[in-house]
Ligand binder design. Sequence first.
Ligand SMILES: [Zn+2]
Length: 98
Amino acid sequence: MARIVMSSDGATRPTGISRPVDELGRIVLPVELRRSLDIKEGDRMSIYTAGNSIVLEKATPRCAVCGIEKYELHQLGNCHICTVCAKRIAVMTEGVWT
Ligand SMILES: [Zn+2]
């Protein structure tokens, strides 16, 4: 049987809550869990598997190139890029578009 686990700190806790999966594969995250984990409408969730479990984690923006999250990130379309990688790309592509 598959379990669904929500985690913000890596710990798993039984919630005693079950929800049906609809015809498109969606489930509603219980409001009490959304509040306690500070998940708001529009937030992105990362989805992982662990054995027979699905792990949902509030996504933290990371650089699409190097994966780091601690430097200043700039939104680029649907992804983020850090200042270091943006500068590297600018140097690599200097003169390419002229
Ligand atoms: Zn980067």
